[in-house]
Design a protein around this ligand. Structure first.
Ligand code: SF4
Ligand code: SF4
Length: 337
């Protein structure tokens, strides 16, 4: 089963209740960044190039929880930086789970086993680890610029599964990937490591990323995923995406960006317009929605969006399109349920 039934039903109800109340803009997932510091320096990362005093800061638990509650989102993805460098990230997770939010903790896994005893994480249907793995050993270690990270991530996945946690993965692909490298890593995660679910994304060309040469264009992205998804792979893999988003990745449909669906909250506030671009910040989600010119963003509207096919902009569009069509709704239930 791809998405646990209870989670699908809860999200379906959330979408339906916003529809009947005619709420125009509402969040599906909050991307919560309670710190910017990281223990790795990946070449494609645009998150860690921050001033030193900001890298030292950690978001207080109450502030993190209140931001999510104010937005009303049913799901939260905690990233950074590396969230396991936040000494109270387990408390943030616990408080959100207590409020029945579905929480994904995105980590490069280097600190899972090293710092395990400092934390008090508890398995829950509301909580999943999301381990960052971009490829098999050589590719992943090259992507994160450090040897041994792949082996530690795989060991951490086994460690967490043995402790009864739900474990998902998050893989970002670059133009150095081929359909075969995508197939290799997803087969490994799906069939050998047997993670619960996998998320995939073409890398976004962050302006601040040190390596600007390896980001995928839209045509390359579509070709990469079309070939990787062939021969029944897409159907067999436990991908944590809506069928329409996967259609979008392989170029079967095209969508407009819905950046307000997956907003980002960090030490700097609510980031305009999305997790990937920073055109200013607001104190509240309400203010973010009211004061952002959403129609200015997306491919063909802002040059910085032109190569973007990221989950944070286009998965909400796919989910809303699924909700708006009985045929697509039934297909999503069949393929994800
Ligand atoms: S991509 Fe993730 S793991 Fe890599 S440097 Fe950035 S925040 Fe750290
Ligand atoms: S297309 Fe949407 S998600 Fe992508 S960078 Fe632009 S605003 Fe952000």
């Amino acid at each position: 089963m791809a998405v646990p039934l209870r989670q699908s039903a809860r999200i379906g109800w959330y979408l339906f209740s916003n529809k009947v109340r005619r709420v125009q803009k509402f969040p599906l997932i909050v991307e919560l960044e309670p710190l910017f510091a990281c223990n790795l320096k990946c070449q494609g990362c645009g998150k860690i190039q921050q001033p030193h005093d900001l890298l030292r800061q950690r978001m207080p638990v109450e502030r993190a929880v209140n931001a999510v509650l104010e937005s009303g989102a049913p799901m939260v993805s905690i990233a950074g930086g590396e969230p396991l460098m936040h000494p109270q990230v387990d408390v943030i997770v616990g408080e959100l789970v207590k409020r029945k939010k579905y929480v994904y903790l995105c980590t490069n896994a280097e600190l899972v086993r090293k710092r395990w005893d400092k934390f008090n994480f508890k398995p829950s249907a509301y909580f999943s680890f999301a381990i960052h793995i971009d490829g098999l050993r050589e590719r992943h270690d090259e992507s994160v610029d450090k040897e041994g990270v792949f082996d530690e991530a795989v060991a951490a996945i086994k460690f967490l599964k043995e402790k009864g946690f739900r474990v998902t993965t998050n893989s970002t692909f670059f133009n150095t990937d081929t359909p075969q490298t995508v197939i290799d890593v997803l087969n490994f995660l799906n069939d050998e490591v047997e993670v619960d679910q996998m998320m995939i994304s073409p890398a976004y060309a962050y302006e601040k990323a040190p390596d600007q040469d390896h980001f995928l264009g839209v045509t390359e992205t579509r070709e990469l995923f079309r070939k990787a998804f062939a021969d029944g792979n897409r159907k067999r893999w436990r991908l944590n995406h809506s069928p329409l988003f996967l259609d979008f990745l392989e170029g079967k449909v095209d969508f407009e960006c819905t950046a307000w669906g997956i907003p980002s909250y960090s030490l700097l506030g609510w980031q305009r317009p999305c997790y990937l671009m920073a055109d200013g910040y607001t104190k509240t989600y309400k203010e973010l929605i009211a004061t952002t010119e959403w129609e200015k963003y997306g491919r063909g509207k802002d040059p910085r969006c032109n190569n973007c096919m990221a989950h944070c902009g286009y998965e909400p569009t796919a989910v809303l399109a699924t909700m708006g069509s009985l045929k697509e709704g039934l297909r999503a239930m069949r393929e994800q349920g």
